[in-house]
Design a protein around this ligand. Structure first.
Ligand code: SF4
Length: 325
């Protein structure tokens, strides 16, 4: 199924998040973000630490509300939901964290961890807990007898599978993975990604996968959004990242990331200097102080995200006004 054929099940429209920094100045974590999540597909969101990707997904799972904008899911703006409606909505959008052990109670056995959401929603009886926990462990390729273990007696990869099993328990439509494989060794990371891809095929789950590893995310995401200083600067199909990435920041990221997964033959530029502070974003293009192509216009006018090819948008003055490659 191509990117466009799958129906949109969630849409972020003009989502902006402002915080107040320690110095009392406004900090723009997300700036007018527009993104779509499609049924049974993976949206990867990549960018350096502090680019706003984690703030964005926390709004998707309603850990905090946007300052402006809407997140449409099931035909309504879920950022406005409260009480029981919000609780029911959370059933359908689950999250897997980078460090699952921090999210688990150390005195809870795996059986209790993975079935807790089901008991909270009164979807199973206590007597059904063990059988359900074993079923969930089978889904994530863990032995059934792990239900009697504590998370600290398991490896990092096994704990992450427990996090995925818990997220699967409520049969969600969307699972948000926030750097869910970043703390794992490469071989374990690959096996967890294989598991996610299998679960997506079997259950039609959509994933929003937050990651700073461009090479990893392009290997399985249907669509990749590149974020810089709170702005989406490029969106393109995952399988085109290595060949068709156009934005100077995306190209710089590809050049800057060492990975055994990639084999790019074209010359790409390395990333220069550091990103400005998010409390001190310059007017014009947010990437201007690191960009080797910076022009006069880049210092005064912020480039808009425009179509540059099929399923491909970029926000850069080099491509404004171009609709096709
Ligand atoms: Fe570089 Fe200008 Fe494009 Fe920004 S808009 S990425 S500064 S060329």
């Amino acid at each position: 199924m191509s990117v466009k054929e799958a129906p949109v099940i969630m849409e972020a429209k003009h989502v902006t998040k402002k915080f107040v920094s320690g110095s009392g100045r406004p900090l723009l974590a997300c700036n007018d973000v527009n993104l779509q999540v499609r049924k049974g597909q993976t949206l990867g969101i990549v960018g350096e630490s502090g680019c706003g990707k984690s703030s964005f997904v926390k709004m998707i799972v309603q850990l905090y509300p946007p300052t402006e904008g809407e997140i449409i899911y099931g035909g309504r703006d879920i950022t406005k939901l409260k009480g029981e409606e919000l609780r029911q909505c959370r059933k359908k959008i689950q999250m897997v964290f980078q460090d699952p052990s921090a999210a688990f109670h150390p005195k809870m056995k795996v059986m209790d961890i993975v079935t807790e959401p089901l008991l909270n929603f009164k979807m199973i009886k206590k007597t059904e807990k063990e059988a359900k926990a074993k079923e969930l462990l089978r889904m994530v390729d863990l032995p059934e007898d792990f239900v009697y273990r504590f998370p600290h007696n398991m490896s990092g990869g096994q704990r992450q599978r427990i996090g995925i099993a818990r997220a699967l328990a409520l049969e969600p439509e969307i699972i948000v993975c926030d750097e869910a494989t970043s703390a794992l060794d490469v071989s374990v990371q690959d096996r967890v990604i294989e598991l996610l891809v299998r679960l997506q095929k079997e259950k039609g789950i959509s994933f929003v996968f937050i990651c700073h590893d461009m090479a990893l995310v392009q290997s399985f995401a249907h669509q990749v959004a590149v974020m810089y200083l709170g702005n989406i600067v490029e969106v393109l199909p995952g399988n085109e990242v290595g060949t068709n990435a156009m934005h100077p920041y995306t190209q710089a990221m590809l050049g800057a990331i060492f990975s055994t997964r990639m084999d790019f033959t074209k010359k790409i530029e390395s990333i220069e200097s550091e990103a400005p502070s998010p409390v001190d974003v310059p007017p014009g293009c947010p990437f201007q102080n690191r960009c080797g192509h910076c022009m006069e216009i880049c210092r005064t006018q912020k480039p808009q995200l425009v179509e540059v090819g099929p399923n491909h948008q970029a926000a850069c003055h080099l491509f404004q006004g171009k609709t096709e490659r």
